[in-house]
Structures are given as structure tokens and as C-alpha cells.
Design a protein around this ligand. Structure first.
Ligand code: SAH
Ligand code: SF4
Length: 453
């Protein structure tokens, strides 16, 4: 979601005459968009900020101003602290107020040089009017795009900061999402990933009177009607919100990718209860059975936390046994990171760091072996892949398989933006190597002729 938000922050500044640069030395406005989900992510902010402070100093000697803004969830949670710790920061803004960036930047510029406290801006409000109503039309050159449909969370898992930093659950109206999707498609986008902290809790309304509420499944059916839209994904889902209707959509909707990221966090019922996850191990397994019954080709990935307070060896073994039981093809796994203000942080029986590390190593070895096995099983198969970016090596393009694996292929640069059938020839731990399965011979001869010409 931070990728989506960063893009939108750049969009709101365009009317002020700004354009995007990758070179911080040239930037008049630098925005660091931050994540507070784990301590490690949050700490990155301060080391990065030091770098931009130096650039700001150097630019100042040349008479150039630089506005530094800190956005996102660290800003939301630790705004005052950021201003105290980093005196060169001009703006601190939360994830729900970035539509006001133009006013903030204008104000910061007008006060620049005053060096007074009042010149610095802190805006970590949760506005009643959602920011989406104020954002300009999206523009993109990408072929695969994110689209936020839902934000915030009311679940309050005891380890998680999201309900505090992103605020209460909010779902965008159906027509607004459809119109953003159409706009993306008119820019050339072919695949859309719907985003939400708790995306399957989506509960949007229609603008048209009397149409009632819409679930994520209904939204997916609506979006699938857009003719030029080729593939839909959604992330991240909560097991408790996997409704029958949504599970059924996985069997029925051809445009829905045969892949689902469904975080389980732990395989132990005791830990799940202390995490306030609202689902048991069996509930999770049952959902997977239902999904597989609807679509036997569906593949799963998940998130895991090891070392949650009170996690015993037995609890951890239950997580390992769940992984052994379910064919996860990818996964993210983390050591529990106590987050200030969450119930987990003050629970008894915090797990020592070395135990967390040992469990993480063990879990990751198992998850990796499953991932590698799946990648190897893909060798020899043919899969449709949208080539959407240059590959790692010269002459290569890359894209994502229907199961979210990175796939590399030697291909002409003008194949970027095309969906092609690729035959997998090589499997690595984190990617696949492929060749064209059905390269039209005419294509190659056309190329040769053009080159001759
Ligand atoms: N809404 C999703 C998860 C969003 S947060 C869900 O309910 O599953 C993304 C992932 O970060 C989580 O799935 C979890 O595995 C991890 N995470 C969140 N808080 C964490 C913490 N305090 N320590 C370690 N990992 C955490
Ligand atoms: Fe965090 Fe997800 Fe739990 Fe919400 S459902 S509190 S986002 S882990």
C-alpha cells in the first residue's frame, strides 16, 4: 500500500508544477514514506533521514531550498518524536492526510528560513472526509497496478499497529473504484491488484441510491466486467472474512488469479487466541479445503510470526506441522516485534531474541524447501505471463506468473506490456527462467526483416 500511497503523493504535487525525480540531489521536496509494522522498518527512517539532511545542507549552500517530509505510519505513530529527533524535517503527515500535501508544501516553503517551531507542520489527523475524494485522477505508465479499495482495520490483533496507524476500517464506494480501474486501463494497465489492510472485509456502498452494500466478491464481479482488464488479484485477506461468496468467486471468475495470500500467523490455537485472530487452525484448514474445492489450481501463500509472547516449543511445532500440511508456495515470516501501544507488547512471557531467531531459521528453511519444490514442479509447464519490466540481465524481460513467481525470459524490449505464454525451463529459489512457449515464427522473421531493412 505504501507503493500506491507514494505514487498518489507524487500525483497530488503535480498541479503545483512538480515532477518526479529519482535523484535526491535535485529534489526540492523529499518525501519519506514509512512503515511502522515492525521495529526494523521504523528504524530505517532515521538512517535515511540523515542522508537527506546532508543533501539539504549542501543545497542550502547553493541557495536552494529543500522541503523534507516524513509520511506514513511512523509519522502517524511517532510524529512529535520525529520532529524532535530530526530538526531538519519540515512536514510530518499521516497516511490519511496526504491529499493536503500541496497546502503543506506551500506553507513550508513560505516559512522556509524562519527556522521557528511554527514553520514545521504536523498533520496526523484522521479526517472525516476520506482523502480519496480529493485525489486527482491516476496516471501511470505501468502495465500492472495497485488500487486501494479498503483501508484501516477494526480487528485489533494484539501484535498489530495497523488499527492505530491507519485508523478504522473504511471502504471506498464501488463506482469510485470502477472509475479508477477504468482510468488505469485507459493508461494501458492490464492487471490490477486490489489493496486493503483487510481487503476482504471490504464493505463498500454504491453511489446509486437503493443499491445497498457491496462485498469484495461483488466488487470483483463488477470489475471483471471491464473488457480490457485481464487479471485481478487482491491482498491482504483475513481468514475470518473469507466468505462463501468470495471463495465461490475463485471457482467462477476467470479473471481472478489462481493465487491467494492468506496470512495465518501461527498453527497453534493457543497462540491464535492470544493474538485475537478470531480463527482457529481448523477454521483456516477448512477455508483452504473450500477454496481448493472451488479451484483445484489455486495456490496459497501466507504470513507467519514466530516468538509471540508465551509461544512454547509445542506451539511452534504446531506452526511447523501446519506448514507441512498446507502446500504454501510462498510465505513471509517474521520474528515477533513488540509494537508500542499494542496489547502484545505488555504481555508476560516475552520470548528471548535468540529463541525467536532459532525458530525463524527453522520455519524459513521449511517454507523455502516448499517454495523451491513448487518452483521445480513448474519446470516444463506453460503459463501466461504479462511481461511488465526489464529483467535482471541484458536482453531479458520479466513478469509475474499467475502464482506471483518472478519469471525471466529473453525477449525483445518491445514485448513489454504483452501477455505471452511462457514455458518454464529453470527453477530458482525466488524466480523462474522461461522461454516463449508459442513464439509466433512470424514474429521472429518480421524482426529479422525489419533489422535487414
Ligand atoms: N491484515 C493482514 C496483515 C497485515 S500486516 C492480516 O490480518 O493477516 C502484514 C504482516 O506483518 C502480518 O501478516 C504479520 O505477519 C506481520 N506483522 C504485523 N505485526 C507484526 C509484529 N508486531 N511483529 C512481527 N510481524 C508482524
Ligand atoms: Fe493487523 Fe491484519 Fe490483524 Fe488488522 S487483521 S489488526 S491489519 S494483522
Amino acid at each position: 500500500m505504501n507503493v500506491y500511497d507514494s505514487r498518489r503523493m507524487a500525483d497530488v504535487l503535480i498541479p503545483l508544477g512538480y515532477s518526479y525525480t529519482d535523484d535526491p540531489k535535485k529534489a526540492e521536496v523529499v518525501i519519506l514514506n514509512t512503515c511502522h509494522i515492525r521495529e526494523k522498518a521504523a528504524e530505517k527512517l532515521y538512517s535515511e533521514l540523515g542522508r537527506y539532511a546532508n543533501i539539504k545542507e549542501k543545497r542550502k549552500t547553493k541557495g536552494r531550498t529543500t522541503v523534507i517530509a516524513v509520511a506514513g505510519c511512523v509519522a502517524q505513530a511517532e510524529g512529535e518524536q520525529v520532529l524532535r529527533r530530526a530538526p531538519y524535517v519540515d512536514i510530518v503527515l499521516g497516511p490519511q492526510t496526504y491529499h493536503r500535501l500541496p497546502q503543506m508544501v506551500t506553507r513550508a516553503l513560505s516559512k522556509e528560513g524562519e527556522n521557528s517551531k511554527s514553520a514545521r507542520i504536523l498533520d496526523v489527523d484522521f479526517p472525516v472526509e476520506p482523502k480519496f475524494d480529493y485525489l486527482p485522477e491516476v496516471k501511470t505508465e505501468a502495465f500492472s497496478a495497485f488500487l486501494t479499495v479498503q483501508e484501516g482495520c477494526d480487528k485489533f490483533c494484539t501484535f498489530c499497529v495497523v488499527p492505530y496507524t491507519r485508523g478504522a476500517e473504511y471502504s471506498r464506494p464501488v463506482e469510485d473504484i470502477v472509475s479508477e480501474a477504468r482510468q488505469l486501463i485507459s493508461c494501458g494497465v492490464k492487471e490490477i491488484t486490489l489493496l486493503g489492510q483487510n481487503v476482504n472485509a471490504y464493505n463498500g456502498r454504491w453511489h446509486s441510491v437503493g443499491s445497498g452494500a457491496a462485498s469484495l466478491a461483488q466488487l470483483l464481479y463488477e470489475l471483471a466486467k471491464i473488457e480490457k482488464l485481464e487479471l485481478l488479484r487482491y491482498t491482504t485477506s483475513h481468514p475470518a472474512d473469507m466468505t462463501d461468496e468470495l471463495i465461490h468467486a475463485h471457482g467462477e471468475l476467470d479473471k481472478l488469479a489462481p493465487f491467494l495470500h492468506l496470512p495465518v500467523q501461527s498453527g497453534s490455537n493457543d497462540v491464535l487466541a492470544r493474538m485475537n485472530r478470531r480463527h482457529s487452525r481448523d477454521d483456516y484448514l477448512r477455508i483452504i479445503d473450500f477454496l481448493k474445492a472451488e479451484n483445484p489450481n489455486l495456490k496459497l501463500s501466507s504470513d507467519f510470526i514466530v516468538g509471540f509472547p508465551g509461544e512454547t516449543d509445542e506451539d511452534f511445532l504446531a506452526t511447523l506441522s501446519l506448514v507441512a500440511e498446507v502446500d504454501f508456495v510462498q510465505a513471509f515470516s517474521f520474528k515477533y516485534s513488540p509494537r508500542p501501544g499494542t496489547p502484545g507488547a505488555s504481555m508476560e512471557n516475552q520470548i528471548p531474541e535468540e529463541v525467536k531467531s532459532e525458530r525463524l531459521t527453522q520455519l524459513q528453511a521449511l517454507l523455502m524447501s516448499k517454495q523451491r519444490r513448487f518452483n521445480e514442479a513448474c519446470v516444463g509447464t506453460v503459463m501466461p505471463v504479462l511481461l511488465d519490466r526489464p529483467g535482471r540481465n541484458f536482453g531479458q524481460l520479466a513478469g509475474r506468473s499467475p502464482y506471483m513467481q518472478a519469471v525471466h525470459v529473453t525477449a525483445p524490449a518491445d514485448y513489454i506490456g504483452k501477455r505471452v505464454n511462457l514455458k518454464v525451463e529453470a527453477a530458482f529459489t525466488n524466480s523462474l527462467g522461461a522461454v516463449f512457449a508459442d513464439t509466433p515464427l512470424s514474429f521472429w522473421s518480421e524482426k529479422l526483416e525489419r533489422n535487414d531493412g
